[in-house]
Ligand binder design. Structure first.
Ligand code: HEM
Ligand code: HEM
Length: 187
């Protein structure tokens, strides 16, 4: 059979589904992270901490899946833009991939260092990445907080860039991340 060598014009359904699912879960994790730390000690606070960890671990699993998908599939080439903007876009996307993995891993390490095992959905105990260690816990708390803040800032810039492409440049950038098409079907 003849091989199609043209680059794809849109993302696959898997890429689109993973992009928006992960985005929704990251927003939920950030919202819970910000609110739970301000709550009074209570069963509700403990519950929110657990939900935060489960949502975060789900992001980690989906981000790993997404990374594998990305490395084994071609993405559509960026819309026409100056070379420096292409470099910034690629670097930004690369950093988003790194942070989607690094933020949950840092939270996992922090939890273990404080002496808590992460039990996914209250059923599946995950392996401890480090032992209990107060000094380590303080350091990883800081790492988790800083990385999460960098992620929030980067996502804000990413959203602004997407909106700028859609409303100012009026190109296909946002549409192709929304399009629900099988690979190979025309625009
Ligand atoms: C996408 C994933 C995640 C995001 C965006 C995220 C974000 C945040 C944010 C914004 C905070 C508040 C920072 C602070 O004020 O201390 C926080 C706190 C926290 N996160 Fe995460 N997190 C994620 C995943 C995880 C995971 C997977 C775990 C553990 C398994 C975890 C454990 C914690 C804990 C224990 C705190 C509370 C720290 C404290 O008590 O001050 N996080 N997270
Ligand atoms: C936590 C939230 C988000 C994360 C982690 C994230 C991450 C990413 C990553 C890594 C890519 C590159 C995909 C690839 O080529 O493999 C991407 C593409 C894209 N994202 Fe997001 N995203 C988030 C939220 C959003 C939101 C809210 C919007 C819309 C306003 C958006 C719009 C887009 C668009 C339009 C693209 C396609 C860019 C292109 O093909 O040139 N993203 N996103």
């Amino acid at each position: 059979m003849e091989q199609n060598t043209n680059p794809p014009q849109h993302y696959t359904r898997t890429a689109v589904a993973l992009h928006w699912l992960i985005a929704a879960l990251v927003f939920a994790a950030v919202f819970m992270g910000w609110t739970m730390t301000e709550m009074a000690i209570s069963p509700a606070r403990l519950k929110t901490y657990n939900y935060h960890k489960w949502v975060g671990v789900t992001v980690l699993a989906l981000a790993l899946l997404r990374l594998v998908w990305r490395l084994t599939h071609r993405a559509p080439p960026l819309e026409k833009m100056p070379r420096w903007q292409q470099l910034v876009a690629h670097a930004g996307h690369g950093l988003l991939y790194v942070l989607m993995l690094a933020v949950p891993v840092s939270g996992w390490i922090y939890s273990n260092a404080t002496g808590y095992r992460v039990v996914y959905l209250g059923k599946l105990p995950l392996p401890d990445l480090v032992g209990r260690d107060k000094a380590l816990a303080e350091r990883w708390h800081e790492v988790h907080e800083v990385l999460a803040t960098v992620l929030v800032v980067l996502v804000a810039l990413h959203v602004l860039a997407a909106l700028q492409h859609h409303f100012l440049h009026k190109d296909n950038t946002l549409r192709r991340m929304l399009a629900w098409r099988r690979q190979g079907t025309p625009r």
